[in-house]
Design a protein around this ligand. Structure first.
Ligand code: GCO
Length: 478
């Protein structure tokens, strides 16, 4: 029996404790997407080429030769997709704006591109759903890459121009605004390991690109403060723990240095205005060029930090490569090969809280790619449901330990273009048939809707609260 009083087989209930702060109406729930991953129509209305258009068209870069076409054809189907968001009863929708759609190469406005996002914002407003907007989710205009991309310091100023244009034109309807999504991925996957656009392979480049991404964030924050004084502004970082394989000190120390390079390299400059000493000391030859004043810009106060969490890594010290990554054979993994490790999310949030004077945090992405099967118009994505249940509870535990977390966004609303993995890996709450573009709600989507209903009923009736207090929901009621 679910909270609606319907009896059905195979319904999954997320089992947050009834007294959880995550069941109060001021905790924000949302679903997330990113422009290049869903929009398609890559040449429509004067959209310029992005680095992902070029990279994905290069043979061998993306699985099965997949590209940003058709993606979810969201550029045409946005209304139906926003109806789904509405139908899920979540509070918020996190999406990104495509730089190559809204700004011409000479810096002028592409009005048609802006109109597309204005329609989305209007529709969200009509439905009472908060728009959480990301300015940069990796679709850099290719003409900027041709001038050096994130390796060219000038790009931080070009980003500032772009941020200015978008926030002046559209910002009146934003609920929150993040400058950059996951600078680690843009810098290290794109310029260090060659697996994301633009596909370069040099760690020195990655660190310089990372510095310019953070600089762009800082310059962007100045513009956001002027143009959007009432909007919560910040940045989104991806993080995960590196767990040492043994208690031997060399495994432990190498894992901590790697964690410092991945996690603290991004959050420490934002909060404390410096890069971690330990990383600079360990890799002095790879330290980026930092000019006077950069760290002041980078550490401008933010209203929130978004944390994207999926999994952890396990490592041992390796004489030749410093680190060797190991698979945890005793754990469950998702279809993309990532270990399901919810404690990592709790520990990460608590660890950040203990290390830094933080603004409020939001979990801006969390989700699982599963081997979904569509059968009789249904997807019973049991693994994804369990994944969300465990991770929602991990966030609850972090809140209990004193971390200020104000929201949780499931990645992702729709199955979509999963970067170098193409369309094969499915992260959606909603299944997408890429041939027909038919959408089908998976069980996980319905479980989120039930969670929203539970929360609503709990906050509406204190008697409901009183009765459920003594009867915690089980994590799985089949
Ligand atoms: C990210 C990404 C998403 C990915 C997701 C799964 O910010 O890494 O925002 O675009 O699809 O993380 O890999």
């Amino acid at each position: 029996m679910n909270v609606m009083g319907e009896c059905k087989m195979a319904e999954f209930e997320f089992g947050l404790p009834p007294e959880s702060r995550m069941l109060s109406p001021d905790f924000t729930y949302g679903v997330a997407t990113a422009s290049f991953q869903i929009e398609g129509s890559t040449k429509a209305d004067g959209r310029l080429q992005s680095i992902w258009d070029k990279f994905s068209a290069t043979p061998g870069k993306v699985k099965n030769g997949d590209t940003g076409e058709p993606a979810c054809d969201h550029y045409q189907r946005w209304q139906g997709d926003l109806d789904i968001v509405n139908n899920l009863k979540v509070d918020a929708y996190r999406f990104s704006i495509a730089w190559p759609r809204v700004m011409h190469e000479d810096g002028s406005t592409n009005q048609k591109g802006l109109d597309f996002y204005r329609k989305i914002l209007d529709r969200l407003a009509d439905n009472g759903i908060q728009p959480h907007v990301t300015l940069y989710h990796w679709d850099l205009p290719q003409y900027l890459e041709d001038r050096g991309g994130w390796l060219n310091r000038d790009i931080a100023f070009r980003f500032q121009d772009y941020a200015d244009l978008v926030t002046r034109e559209l910002g009146d309807q934003f609920h929150s605004c993040a400058t950059i999504n996951e600078p680690w991925c843009s810098a290290f996957l794109g310029y260090g390991y060659g697996v994301h656009a633009p596909g370069l392979n040099n760690i020195r480049f990655a660190k310089q690109a990372a510095h310019h991404l953070l600089l762009a964030h800082g310059l962007g924050m100045d513009v956001l403060r002027t143009n959007l004084p009432d909007v919560k502004s910040g940045i989104v970082l991806n993080m995960g723990p590196m767990t040492p394989k043994s208690e031997r000190y060399d495994d432990f120390i190498s894992a901590k240095i790697a964690e410092a390079g991945g996690n603290h390299w991004f959050i420490e400059p934002l909060i404390e205005g410096r890069y971690p000493h330990i990383v600079n000391r360990y890799e002095p030859d790879k330290t980026p060029l930092v000019l006077d004043g950069d760290m002041e810009l980078i550490s401008r106060p933010v209203d929130f930090i978004g944390i994207n969490y999926y999994t952890r890594n396990i490592s041992s010290y390796d004489q030749e490569n410093f680190l060797k990554i190991h698979k945890n054979d005793t754990a469950e993994h998702t279809d993309i090969g990532w270990e399901i490790y919810p404690d990592g999310l709790r520990d990460l949030l608590v660890d950040l809280h203990r290390n830094y004077e933080l603004p409020p945090l939001m979990v801006t992405e969390n989700g699982a790619a599963c081997a979904d099967v569509l059968e009789n118009d249904e997807v019973w994505d049991d693994q994804r449901c369990r994944y969300f249940d465990l991770h929602l509870n991990a966030v609850h535990q972090a809140i209990e330990q004193g971390v200020n977390i104000t929201g949780y966004f499931a990645w992702s609303l729709l199955d979509n273009f999963e970067w170098a993995e193409g369309y094969e890996k499915r992260f959606g709450l909603v299944h997408v048939n890429y041939e027909t573009q038919k959408r089908t709600l998976k069980e996980s989507a319905k479980a989120f809707r039930r969670l929203m209903q539970t929360r609503k009923e709990q906050s509406e009736g204190s008697s409901f609260h009183a009765t459920t207090n003594s009867q915690p929901l089980t994590s799985q009621q089949l």
